[in-house]
Design a binder for this molecule. Structure first.
Ligand code: FAD
Length: 421
């Protein structure tokens, strides 16, 4: 019993095998293909923002925390041309890091014309800042880095604390008190509002996904002769085995499936946005862009065809005023979580943490914009009331790609554990 689709968070109505089959056999391979395209592999990010909450210690210093820049390209000047009288020819080289061709660079600059200032759920790094750079995600896979200990715990702790929205303090308090009075031994978590529990489950699902990735791409061997990355079943078991985690591990995996359903729901809902004739994936190569747009639409159609969609209306129910307040609270919580990401000492973890937070923020923006998406104009003359920036699109699909990969990795770990028995 992994998750539910009816709105009561702890129901057991959803069949995990249906999700596994849908993801592993249908969606995952298509998505991986798309994410390798130039449009989706380059993510612009500022990894040098200072932590706004506390003095962060080092920048980790761990070798596997480094983010690889794009391929270095050198432009060399012949100093002789400048100093004609010099007897010794000298050359001076300036190295820059280039990810893509000139046409793609121009297309990316062009894209900014389409980005709007629509409200965002996450702090968007100042793209014009000299500290922002394009990172090739394929060169920097999410995997074991060795980042751990009090610094990592402090980050997770602060993120979970964002769960305390003001809204809930006022509207949930009465419910919680009634529940406490009615049921003497009602647990703290059971007494919380459905939205607050949902928020916790999303963060916990993200946490589980990151920990699955580091167990699946663990550094198994590192010496002069070889470096080997692969599955570490012991690490996985320590984090998710029911007995070793006093029952918490399976709950965390349920939260991963919950996050999967929420993100899948957003992909299904956002289809009309990508179907607009005016929407294009610009990389400067029109034939490829057309092909990738078709692939993207196929993925979204597939997401729509999923039979057990989560009904988020039951989750964010309430009158309009309350719903608007809730939306604002969740938006602010996500803004804060994206700021907390600037306190992650390990650059590689920071990169994927920022991307996944922005992706999840975009998911919530979509779920809260149902009416605007439905009202999207089919002619390109009218200005649409719902827009997504390129950063939001790249983070949305890559973040879902991470969760989809985690669900796929669970299958691998299950078989490995079965073999061990
Ligand atoms: P942690 O995972 O640090 O968890 C701390 C405590 O939270 C646990 O003791 C447990 O009580 C609770 N907890 C654990 N999992 C969950 C869950 N799913 N739901 C609810 N509660 C939970 N490491 C890498 O090797 N590669 C990475 O790419 C990477 N990315 C990271 C990104 C971010 C944003 C952060 C904060 C950390 C990242 N880490 C990464 C570190 C990694 O997540 C762990 O923090 C680290 O491996 C130490 O693990 P731990 O066993 O001490 O417990």
């Amino acid at each position: 019993c992994f998750c539910q689709v009816t709105g009561n968070l702890d129901d057991c109505a959803c069949d995990v095998e249906t999700i596994d089959h849908f993801n592993n056999d249908q969606l995952f391979p298509k998505l991986q293909n798309l994410l390798e395209s130039d449009y989706f592999r380059f993510y612009k990010v500022n990894l040098n923002k200072p932590c706004p909450f506390w003095t962060s210690s080092s920048h980790c210093g761990l070798r596997h925390c480094a983010v690889k820049p794009c391929s270095p390209v050198s432009s060399c000047f012949d100093l002789n041309q400048l100093q004609l009288s010099s007897a010794h020819p000298q050359r001076e080289c300036v190295w820059s890091f280039v990810c893509f061709s000139d046409e793609t660079r121009e297309a990316l600059l062009d894209w900014s014309k389409y980005d709007d200032e629509a409200e965002r759920f996450c702090v968007v790094d100042d793209e014009a800042s000299p500290d922002s750079q394009y990172v090739d995600l394929l060169l920097n896979p999410e995997r074991f880095t060795g980042y751990k200990g009090p610094e990592a715990w402090q980050i997770w702790n602060s993120i979970y604390e964002e769960n305390c929205f003001n809204f809930f303090l006022s509207t949930c308090l009465t419910t919680t008190l009634v529940v406490f009075a009615a049921r003497k031994f009602y647990s703290w978590l059971d007494g919380q509002c459905v939205e607050k529990r949902a928020f916790y489950r999303l963060v916990s699902g993200l946490h589980a996904s990151i920990n699955i990735h580091l167990s699946a791409r663990y550094l198994l061997d590192d010496n002069w002769f070889q470096r080997e990355w692969g599955h570490n079943v012991t690490e996985f078991r320590q984090r998710f085995d029911s007995e070793l985690t006093a029952g918490e591990g399976p709950k965390r995996l349920r939260n991963l499936y919950f996050l999967y359903l929420i993100e899948l729901r957003a992909l299904a809902k956002v289809l009309p946005f990508f179907q607009q004739p005016s929407f294009h994936l610009y990389t400067g190569r029109p034939e490829e862009d057309k092909k990738h747009k078709e692939q993207l639409l196929q993925i979204l159609q597939l997401a729509r065809s999923f039979p057990l969609h989560f009904d988020e209306r039951s989750l964010f129910a309430g009158d309009e005023k309350e719903a608007a307040k809730l939306k604002e609270d969740i938006r602010l919580a996500f803004l804060n979580i994206s700021k907390i990401m600037d306190c992650v000492d390990c650059f590689k973890c920071r990169l994927w943490g920022k991307l996944q937070t922005q992706g999840l923020g975009t998911v919530l923006k979509i779920l809260f914009s149902e009416r605007q998406i439905e009202a999207l104009p089919m002619s390109s003359n009218q200005r649409p009331s719902f827009q997504l920036s390129r950063q939001e699109i790249v983070s949305l699909f890559n973040a879902f790609g991470r969760i989809s990969t985690s669900v796929r990795e669970l299958k691998n770990f299950r078989s490995m554990l079965a073999e061990e028995r």
